[in-house]
Structure formats: structure tokens, C-alpha cells
Design a protein around this ligand. Structure first.
Ligand code: PLP
Length: 220
């Protein structure tokens, strides 16, 4: 077994253990395998080992490798986890099955337009900048609940969940707790939180999906 596949199974086992530890149902947490910077030849063994849900942070990079893989494996679910520019909304709606980074009015409007035009509706999450970091994408926590409502009421978009990336130098627990609270207030079910360094903590705080790159594919 290659390193990557070995690490993939190790991560799966740790997710299962963390679910049990947190008294969550087995299988409650979806693994999003983050394959950014890795090419199709490196991704394929993980698909063949049974993984179907993947995350990419750039539309253009994903367009270079995923159309062929999606053709070969029909049940792939591809998540966009990086910032979306409004001039890429068309490509994003065409390729991705879940877009986790809706974070402003203009993107919501563009996505609504493309979804209507293409007749293809990816699931949508709102990204929340839980640490209010100036350089980071995501809507401010105090605007998040109203923004989810505006996506629905003004743009006709069904938002299914929230996503966050806590500040790198802080204890992530309070950020996961904040995201969980905002999701409850906004009335959405899905919580995308937790990466290679903190996914077990995120599972304890109620993550429904964890986005894991380097613990599976190695350092970038
Ligand atoms: C790269 C990335 C990840 C995965 O990070 P790792 O630390 O390698 O697990 C998760 N979420 C987002 C938004 C990313 O860009």
C-alpha cells in the first residue's frame, strides 16, 4: 500500500475514533480529502481505496484534473473550499457539487444567476471569518445569520451549512463553538470545520465534515 493510501486509512480510523469519543453516530462526519496541489496520479489511489468526497481551493486548478476523474468515477463529490471570484462563478457551478465559500452579496447574486442559467445547483455553505481576520475570506460572525437569510430570501439560494478556518495561532475550540452557534441561529445543518491539525477537536464540537489535506497527501 502506498503512503497516501495508508495515511488515508489512518485518518478514517481517527475520524471514527473521534466520533465515538464525542458520542456521535458512526459515519456522522464526512471526510473531505483536500487534494489541492496534487495531481490526478496522486489522487487516483485514494479514489480507488474508496474515497469519493474531495476538496479543491482553486477553480482553475480543479478544472485541470477533475473533469476526467469525474468521468471515470461517477459518484465523486467535489467541494470548492477556496475563495470564489465572481468571474469564476460560471465555472464553479459547472464543476463543483458543493461550494463552501459563499461569503458576500455579489457572489450570492452571481451563483443564483449561474444556477438558473445552467440548471445545475451545487449545495452551498457560507464561509464565516470567525476570527475576524482582515486578510481572510468569509463573512463577519455578526453578519452571518442575516446573510444566510438574504441568500434565501433575496437570491433564492438554499444554504445548507457554514464553514470556517480558525486563525492559525489560536486555540480552535472557541471558533468551532461559535460556528456551531451561528449555524443553529441561522437554521442550517452542516458544519464544515477542522483540518489536519485540529479535526478531532472539530468533531467534538459538532463538525459534520472535516477538510483534510496534508495528513493524507503529505506536505505541500
Ligand atoms: C488546504 C485547506 C485545507 C486542508 O489543510 P490541511 O492542513 O492540509 O489539512 C482545509 N481547508 C481549506 C479551506 C484549505 O484551503
Amino acid at each position: 500500500m502506498g503512503d497516501t493510501v495508508h495515511q488515508f486509512f489512518a485518518v478514517k480510523a481517527k475520524i471514527a475514533a473521534a466520533e465515538q469519543e464525542a458520542r456521535r453516530e458512526a459515519g456522522a462526519v464526512t471526510l473531505v480529502a483536500v487534494s489541492k496541489t496534487f495531481d490526478a496520479a496522486e489522487i487516483r489511489p485514494v479514489i480507488e481505496a474508496g474515497q469519493r468526497v474531495f476538496g479543491e481551493n482553486r477553480v482553475q486548478e480543479a478544472q485541470g484534473k477533475w473533469p476526467d476523474l469525474k468521468q471515470a468515477f461517477a459518484d465523486i463529490e467535489l467541494h470548492l473550499i477556496g475563495p470564489l471570484q465572481s468571474n469564476k462563478a460560471k465555472e464553479a457551478v459547472a464543476l463543483f457539487d458543493v461550494i463552501e465559500t459563499v461569503d458576500r452579496e455579489k457572489i450570492a447574486a452571481e451563483l443564483a444567476k449561474e444556477i438558473a442559467r445552467q440548471g445545475r445547483a451545487p449545495k452551498l455553505y457560507v464561509q464565516v471569518n470567525t476570527g475576524s481576520e482582515p486578510q481572510k475570506a468569509g463573512i463577519k460572525p455578526r453578519e452571518a445569520v442575516a446573510f444566510v437569510a438574504r441568500c434565501r430570501d433575496v437570491h433564492g439560494l438554499a444554504i445548507e451549512g457554514l464553514m470556517c478556518i480558525p486563525p492559525a495561532d489560536e486555540n480552535p475550540g472557541p471558533h468551532f463553538a461559535l460556528l456551531e452557534k451561528l449555524a443553529r441561529e441561522a437554521g442550517v445543518e452542516k458544519l464544515s470545520m477542522g483540518m489536519s491539525g485540529d479535526y478531532e477537536t472539530a468533531i467534538a464540537f459538532g463538525a459534520t465534515s472535516v477538510r483534510i489535506g496534508s495528513a493524507i497527501f503529505g506536505s505541500r
